[in-house]
Design a protein around this ligand. Structure first.
Ligand code: HEC
Ligand code: HEC
Length: 352
């Protein structure tokens, strides 16, 4: 490839230079039109790594049907799934708040705070490890967790089935979604999981840029993407179109929660290791992190720049980064391009 400085893709070439051999960098810095062979531009490739998929994958044992998704949506918004008839999944995974709750800790049965922040469920179809500590690996199994958890909706499954089974319209909806099967925890979980897989973030300005619209994001955001994929190496964990590797890492937050370490006490790097959250729709769900301890994206970037608590379990990738003020504001500008205009999600009319 011939390297020619070109105004419109200057910011992209910046990332090319970061990864280029020293000779090519020196040549570029001189500013003369040069004929220097360079590796393929990583920025263009890096963009492709984040391209939105065209399809949602549903598991073989719980394939999509409109009837299942419709029922699942009703169950997701229905407070009758909680003992006190006051709390639905959407109380803590509220569409108006990026499918989180805007609180630093979830608020469970009897308004008792939970130990961790309510994460978003947007793009959960692409997640094969659920919860901050990964204790569930399917949405089907996960959905039954909060219903029964004494701290959350606090309702035995048998009691949920009795309650919903007393509503004629629910009996019809279940029969349409699961013909010939009795109403049960399994059908409730399958319906909710099917609905959750349909909650996918809409295209954001970043996606238009990935597709080649150079005007879709600011120069600051383009530089921020170069920092994200280069100097700060955020991409080592926030990878793929959802910006999550679905892995677990200690990023040096100071609290005592050992998260994944509870299941792997012998593995040092799993102590204080939390699931990498998606960065899609990130603007909508401050405060950030498992403990809601960081109020803004600026605070998140400042945390990574400092490296956080230097303990043995902390990821090798998290360390003082030496970012400039411009790097930091560029990173924030970049992350802001990951939020879409999601269409408002209307709560359904519930069966009575
Ligand atoms: C009281 C608030 C609350 C309610 C009600 C609630 N959740 Fe959650 N949800 C949370 C919290 C807090 C977590 C993270 C807990 C943890 O990791 O230890 C979570 C995690 C999740 C996750 C994992 C997301 C991920 O990417 O790891 C899914 C999916 C989910 N909830 C779905 C549901 C469904 C479905 C319901 C209704 C049946 C529900 N939640 C009810 C607070 C709530
Ligand atoms: C070692 C893997 C790793 C690296 C590197 C990394 N992150 Fe993270 N990121 C995580 C994990 C894990 C969490 C959740 C940590 C927690 O809550 O304890 C997280 C949380 C976040 C959050 C909060 C998301 C939410 O919903 O609360 C943002 C924003 C974020 N990271 C941005 C970045 C940026 C910007 C960089 C680069 C400067 C970066 N991350 C580098 C793994 C990583």
């Amino acid at each position: 490839m011939i390297f020619r400085p070109h105004l419109r893709c200057a910011q992209i070439l910046l990332a090319t230079l970061l990864a280029a051999p020293a000779a090519a960098q020196a040549a570029a810095i001189v500013g003369e039109p040069q004929h220097v062979a360079l590796p393929p531009p990583p920025a263009a490739d890096a963009r492709a790594d984040f391209r939105r998929p065209d399809t949602i994958t549903f598991p073989d044992d719980n394939l999509y049907t409109p009837a299942k998704a419709r029922l699942g949506r009703m169950l997701f918004f229905d407070p009758r799934l909680s003992r006190a008839n006051v709390q639905s999944c959407s109380s803590c995974h509220n569409p108006a708040l990026g499918y989180g709750d805007g609180l630093s800790k979830g608020m469970g049965d009897g308004m008792h705070p939970l130990g961790r922040r309510s994460p978003t469920i947007v793009n959960a179809a692409w997640s094969d490890a659920l919860m901050w500590d990964g204790r569930f690996d399917t949405l089907e199994a996960q959905a039954l967790g909060p219903i029964q958890s004494p701290g959350e909706m606090n309702m035995a499954l048998g009691a949920v089935v009795d309650r919903l089974g007393a509503v004629a319209e629910y009996r019809k909806l279940f029969e349409a979604a699961f013909p010939g099967q009795p109403m049960s925890g399994k059908t409730i979980g399958s319906a909710i999981a099917t609905y959750e897989r349909t909650i996918v973030s809409s295209p954001a300005p970043f996606d238009a840029w990935v597709d080649g619209d150079e005007a879709a994001v600011s120069d600051a955001a383009k530089r921020g993407f170069a920092v994200f994929t280069g100097k700060a190496n955020c991409v080592a964990c926030h990878s793929g179109w959802t910006f999550s590797d679905n892995g677990f890492h200690d990023v040096g937050l100071p609290d005592d929660d050992i998260a994944r370490g509870k299941f792997f006490p012998q593995i040092l790097k799993m102590q204080h290791a939390f699931k990498t959250p998606t960065l899609r729709e990130i603007n909508r769900r401050a405060p950030y992190m498992h403990d809601g301890s960081l109020p803004t994206l600026e605070a998140v970037v400042a945390h990574y720049d400092s490296g956080g608590v230097a303990r043995a379990s902390r990821s090798e990738l998290v360390k003082p980064l030496g970012l400039t003020d411009t790097d930091k504001s560029d990173l924030v500008a970049f992350m802001q391009t990951l939020s879409s205009q999601m269409p408002p999600a209307a709560a359904p009319n519930l069966p009575r």
